[in-house]
Design a protein around this ligand. Structure first.
Ligand SMILES: Cc1cc2nc3c(=O)[nH]c(=O)nc-3n(C[C@H](O)[C@H](O)[C@H](O)COP(=O)(O)O)c2cc1C
Length: 192
């Protein structure tokens, strides 16, 4: 049975030129297996079809998530242990994955993966509301073409409170990048 719990992580995949592609992605577990569900179309989907390995990077640097949605994907990566896909240098932990099966779906094909390496690099030091707020705004930014401007405005205003109260410099920077993307969008920005 599929676990309904979804975690958000940063996935690295390998493109046909051999470069790492970094993007935020939700994942679920089915027992020991990890399920990835990239949308059609996406570069992560193309890369997984081309090279059936990935790394899930568990980072609290939310600039990586905001950066992927705002054209800032140049984060330091380093070689993984068992897979050819590089991992983020800065993460609390990472899992190296091999695709063992695929399930067709017209919108979100599923990639069933085996964890071949699990490595810890730094301790988890607690939840931060500003990091959660950045993740929520990132999800809104990834859906700006569909969402109603009033919903985005109300949710951003609510999330802003967690930024004002609990953000550090990284969270402020990530929030700024995402806010700029909302403001520059033809349906959501000041000019709309
Ligand atoms: C927190 C978060 C979780 C996401 N989860 C998924 C996901 O599970 N599948 C997916 O295709 N895109 C997901 N996205 C959107 C992708 O990161 C990305 O914007 C889009 O799919 C393009 O991906 P690409 O870089 O592989 O082309 C998520 C975005 C955020 C901010």
């Amino acid at each position: 049975m599929t676990d309904s719990l979804i975690h958000e992580a940063v996935i690295t995949t390998l493109d046909p030129s051999g470069n790492a592609h970094i993007t935020p992605l939700g994942y679920r577990c089915e027992g020991e297996q990890v399920i990835l569900a990239p949308f059609v179309p996406s570069k992560t989907l193309d890369n997984l079809c081309h090279h059936p390995e990935a790394v899930l990077n568990f980072t609290t640097d939310v600039r990586v998530i905001a950066g992927a949605l705002t054209g800032r994907r140049e984060w330091p990566v380093t070689a993984s242990t068992r897979v050819q896909v590089p991992r983020l240098v800065e993460s609390l932990a990472h899992w190296e994955l091999e695709v063992v099966a695929t399930r067709d779906d017209p919108e979100r094909p599923r990639f069933v993966c085996k964890r071949v390496v699990e490595a810890n690099h730094a301790p988890f030091t607690g939840f931060n509301r500003a990091q959660a707020a950045v993740v929520e705004l990132a999800i809104l930014v990834s859906r700006l073409d569909w969402l109603a401007p009033a919903q985005v405005r109300a949710e951003r205003d609510y999330l802003q409170r967690a930024i004002d109260k609990t953000a550090g410099p990284r969270e402020h920077e990530a929030w700024h990048w995402l806010s700029e993307a909302v403001d520059a969008h033809p349906r959501h920005g000041a000019a709309a």
